[in-house]
Write a protein that binds this ligand. Structure first.
Ligand code: CTP
Ligand code: CA
Length: 223
């Protein structure tokens, strides 16, 4: 053999992965969230570990086992996730933002359980901080990989997010079919990347897919 692929291309490198949903509290007993289960994020963290990285996994509330050999930081809200990621960001080599971060949170978090009233009710919402965009603005030499969940016009929206957030790659997830994407064991993704990189993957088990996605990105980056 003339060429041996490196078995641990990420050895000695620090990788941050975020996974799962966030929960935005309404009152002590209620929250806003989404259907993310964390499977794809945990698969990405394990794939990075498998390539030799020192992995910090910033995880929203999920029902998954803590993966061996990975430093897991549990968080609840988008704000907590932001702070946990920023604390690890400056000296990391790769940040992978798989988490399904809530876009809105209740403007006022009630200290006591809200009581129902006659008729309808409304909860006033405000935007959370866009963590990926914040990382894009602070980027030095980090490689920044985002995810995108779309039900339609997948490539169009993914390319928009790549530019708007100054990411290097966006792994776009078609969640229009109920057996793919959120909660499923399989996923169908397309990567869009800087300099017109585009690669689609056939539907596959999330653990296998995570390994391929990461391996392809690392190869393209010459790592
Ligand atoms: N993201 C983030 N912080 C947020 C919202 C999203 O870091 N407050 C990240 C996600 O982790 C993901 C990427 O941005 O890596 C895209 O998330 P997505 O929800 O698909 O896109 P949004 O920019 O939130 O746009 P929209 O939901 O309106 O499609
Ligand atoms: Ca969103």
């Amino acid at each position: 053999k003339f060429f041996e692929p490196k078995e641990q291309p990420l050895k000695g490198k620090k990788v941050i992965v975020t996974a799962g949903p966030t929960r935005e509290r309404i009152d002590p007993v209620r929250y806003l969230s989404n259907f993310s289960t964390g499977k794809m994020g945990y698969a990405m963290a394990k794939a990075a570990r498998g390539l030799g990285a020192n992995v910090t996994l910033v995880s929203g509330p999920v029902a998954l086992a803590k993966p061996a050999g990975i430093n897991v930081v549990d968080v609840e809200s988008a704000e907590e996730m932001l702070q946990a990621v920023l604390a690890e960001y400056d000296d990391c080599s790769i940040a992978i933002k798989t988490a399904a971060v809530a876009d809105y949170r209740p403007k006022n978090q009630m200290g006591q359980k809200m009581k129902k009233q006659e008729g309808d009710a409304a909860i006033e919402l405000e935007r959370t901080t866009d963590i990926l965009k914040t990382l894009g603005e602070r980027k030095q030499n980090q490689l920044l990989i985002g995810f995108a969940a779309e039900t339609n016009d997948v490539l169009h929206y993914a390319e928009g997010k790549l530019k708007k957030k100054n990411a290097d790659y966006i792994v776009a997830n078609d969640v229009s079919k109920t057996d793919r994407g959120f909660g499923a064991d399989e996923n169908t993704v397309t990567i869009v990347g800087k300099n017109d990189f585009l690669k689609s993957y056939p539907s596959e088990n999330k653990e296998q897919l995570a390994k391929k996605v990461l391996a392809d990105i690392i190869k393209r980056e010459g790592l």
